[in-house]
Design a protein around this ligand. Structure first.
Ligand code: CTP
Ligand code: MN
Ligand code: MN
Length: 456
């Protein structure tokens, strides 16, 4: 006899009542309301982790062990039994997968699936728990990346924060996948996610400038779109930004090389000087951390005298106008292109411009002189007042993960709110001015970390 528990996630009470009465006609089945009593959990359109997350939350069942000794099956199996009026074998495809189309733990060195992809995938899914899930993978992954030794056995995972030491279903899951990769060299389900239609389409769609996970999900689920051809063909209305994103899709998804960045830096520097010779321009983002390529180029612009930076951005853009494809508009918290992205946690109120720059290939290759060969690259310009410069520098150097963790640390350990604008005490609201990044680390009682050491 099988004891069934119908998982309420995607099955409403009326449906469960109906299913329960159907099951009552068969001596092979008993239905229970208590998940712990059941031998089989029956769910609709869910994977294992969604079911477990759901039960942990709604039924207050403790995380790690609840699914032990249970089979998690899709409702199609139960419907099949009802149709055939007998107990049917459970097909492998009817067992809920541990991770397919869901989340996956971070990789060890042996897997091509990185924590970044796990984080990304969790964000793509975007259910209520997505941010927390994404963060769990980001943390697990950062822990593995920062680990000085190669991870070769389960023992090595035991004392790692966010993997072995952290007691949650998500950390447990990180560990499980890491172990699977350790023993098998790969993880089937991980490969499935990477090859899966949802992940692939979301990756394509969110690669379009101006498209966040929310729109991409809508396209995938509601409009049945899968490819860029679908985007072109379906006659959907795109914003101006998004149509530029489509037009320059390949360019904008080709990394910018350091030497290309250096060319643009020189040009922006020159334009700044022409506008006002006291303006300063400072490289931030991935290139400041020492990366040799990036998805964009990030530059801070400032003036030694507070207030004198105001109004300069339009003048700089005007100087460079023949080189821009798009200069966006002043971005602030109310105008959020990055909605659904992690940027929301680091949003600031600086005057800025998320632009698309026309990089002329002849600037690097003199053979091309005269030929109009160029590629589109993303360029971010951020204007900051002098007294906030150190904080903006820290905030815009990244990585995103480093920013999130140092802010979380400041708040929880030091009772200090840290942003790209400054830092203040949570209790007394007292502000802490700082001239340099070093001072900020010091105030937070942290050892200074050079940009290259900020979780690349
Ligand atoms: N940032 C921010 N507010 C935004 C966008 C970004 O504060 N609206 C900060 C983030 O903290 C991030 C840094 O600016 O760490 C750089 O962002 P981004 O260019 O997206 O990432 P990089 O680390 O530079 O990566 P890449 O080299 O791929 O550009
Ligand atoms: Mn960048
Ligand atoms: Mn950027």
């Amino acid at each position: 006899m099988e004891v069934l528990y119908f998982v309420e996630r995607r099955l409403n009470q009326a449906r469960i009542k109906h299913l329960t009465s159907l099951a009552g006609k068969f001596p092979e089945f008993r239905v229970t309301q208590n998940p712990q009593d059941a031998t089989l959990w029956v769910a609709q359109e869910s994977n294992c982790d969604e079911v477990i997350d759901f039960l942990v939350k709604k039924k207050k069942i403790s995380g790690n062990t609840i699914a032990e000794n249970k089979k998690l099956v899709d409702i199609s199996w139960f419907i099949g039994c009802m149709k055939e009026k007998k107990l049917m074998d459970i097909q492998p495809s009817q067992l809920l997968k541990r991770k397919v189309d869901a989340d996956d733990g971070p990789s060890t060195k042996k897997s091509r699936y990185s924590g970044d992809e796990a984080e990304e995938h969790a964000l793509f899914r975007g259910d209520a728990n997505a941010e927390a899930r994404a963060l769990a993978f980001r943390r697990g992954s950062a822990t593995l990346k920062a680990h000085p030794k190669e991870i070769v056995c389960e023992e090595d995972l035991k004392n790692l924060p966010y993997i072995g030491l952290t007691n949650s279903a998500k950390a447990g899951h990180c560990k499980m996948v890491a172990m699977e990769i350790l023993s098998e060299g790969f993880s089937d389900e991980v490969e499935d996610v990477l090859n899966g239609s949802f992940y692939k389409s979301m990756k394509l769609f969110t690669g379009i400038f101006g498209i966040g996970p929310q729109t991409a999900r809508k396209w995938y689920h509601d409009l049945g779109m899968r490819t860029l051809e679908d985007v072109k063909g379906k006659n959907i209305s795109l914003t101006y930004e998004q149509s530029l994103g489509m037009e320059h899709y390949d360019d904008l998804n080709t990394p910018i090389k350091l030497e290309e960045a250096e060319c643009i830096i020189k040009m922006v520097e020159k334009a700044c000087n022409e506008v006002c010779d006291e303006l300063t321009m400072t490289l931030v983002g991935g290139f400041r951390r020492g990366k040799s390529q990036g998805h964009d180029l990030d530059l801070l612009i400032s003036h030694p005298e507070d207030g004198k930076e105001k109004g300069k951005l339009v003048l700089i853009i005007e100087k460079l106008k023949e080189h821009f494809i798009y200069t966006g508009r002043k971005m602030d918290v109310s105008n959020n292109l990055n909605k659904g992205n992690f940027a929301s946690s680091t949003m600031d109120n600086f005057e800025k411009c998320f632009s698309i720059f026309k990089f002329n290939k002849s600037w690097l290759n003199s053979n091309l002189e005269g030929k109009a060969e160029w590629k589109a690259v993303r360029l971010d310009l951020i204007v900051v007042p002098s007294h906030q410069f150190a904080y903006a520098l820290l905030g815009w150097t990244g990585t995103k993960h480093f920013e999130r963790e140092i802010r979380r640390y400041a708040r929880t350990e030091m009772k200090i709110v840290l942003t790209s604008h400054g830092m203040h005490s949570l209790d007394t609201k007292q502000n802490f001015p700082a001239e340099t990044e070093e001072e900020i680390f010091q105030k937070l009682q942290l050892e200074y970390r050079a940009p290259s050491e900020r979780c690349c």
